[in-house]
Design a binder for this molecule. Structure first.
Ligand code: MN3
Length: 204
C-alpha cells in the first residue's frame, strides 16, 4: 500500500508565499486523494504495492491495460506531489544553488536569472492543469518541459530536478487567476539544496 507522506515542514512554513490553507487542502485532500485512488486501483494487482511509485511510473508498459491511465493520473499525482513538497522550504531555510548546480544551469541557460525567466515562461505556458519541470534527459542534459495533468517525467525516461504545480488548486485561494504572481512568489521558497541533491543523484 502507498501512504501519504507528511509534509517536511509545518503547513504554514511557506507563508506568506503559499498560505497555510492552500497547503492543508493541497496536501491532505488533493495528494491524499491521489494516494487513496492509487491504492484502490491496485487492489486487484497487489504485486504493484511492493514496488516504488518511481519504478511503476518508469515502466508503464508493465501495467495492466485497465488501470494504466488511472495509475498515470493518480500514481503520477502521488509522485509529483511527494517531489514537490521536498523541493520547497521556508524562506529562512531556502539557500542559493550549490556551485555544481549553478555551473550546470549557467552552461545550459546562460545564467540563473535567464533560467528562472525561461522556467517561468514554461510554467505560464501550461494550458489548463499541469506542471513545468526542469529535467535531466537520458543523455544527462538539463532541459525544461511542460507536462499536462499529472504525467510524470520518469515515464519519458527523464528525471525531475525541479518542478512547479500550476494546477489552480495550487494557488487559487490566495492568487485566484494570477498564476504569474504565484510563480514569482514561489521562487522565494525553492529548496535549492534539495534541487542540487536531485541533480547530483540523477547525474549518477
Ligand atoms: Mn497539486
Amino acid at each position: 500500500m502507498f501512504t501519504l507522506p507528511d509534509l517536511p515542514y509545518d503547513y504554514d512554513a511557506l507563508e506568506p508565499f503559499i498560505d497555510k490553507e492552500t497547503m492543508t487542502i493541497h496536501h491532505d485532500k488533493h495528494h491524499g486523494a491521489y494516494v487513496d485512488n492509487l491504492n484502490k486501483l491496485l487492489e486487484p494487482y497487489p504485486q504493484f504495492y511492493e514496488k516504488s511509485i518511481e519504478t511503476i511510473l518508469s515502466n508503464l508498459d508493465d501495467l495492466p491495460a485497465d488501470i494504466k491511465q488511472g495509475v498515470i493520473n493518480n500514481g503520477g499525482g502521488h509522485a509529483n506531489h511527494s517531489f514537490f513538497w521536498n523541493i520547497m522550504a521556508s524562506e529562512a531555510d531556502s539557500s542559493p544553488p550549490s556551485e555544481e548546480l549553478k555551473d550546470a544551469i549557467n552552461s545550459t541557460f546562460g545564467s540563473i536569472d535567464i533560467f528562472k525567466e525561461e522556467f517561468t515562461t514554461k510554467a505560464m505556458g501550461v494550458f489548463g492543469s499541469g506542471w513545468a519541470f526542469l529535467i535531466l534527459t537520458p543523455d544527462k542534459k538539463l532541459s525544461l518541459k511542460k507536462h499536462s495533468f499529472q504525467n510524470n517525467p520518469l515515464s519519458d525516461d527523464n528525471v525531475p530536478i525541479l518542478g512547479i504545480d500550476v494546477w489552480e488548486h495550487a494557488y487559487y485561494l490566495k492568487y485566484q487567476n494570477r498564476r504569474a504572481e504565484y510563480i514569482r512568489a514561489w521562487w522565494n521558497i525553492v529548496n535549492w539544496q534539495e534541487v542540487a541533491r536531485n541533480y547530483v543523484a540523477a547525474m549518477g
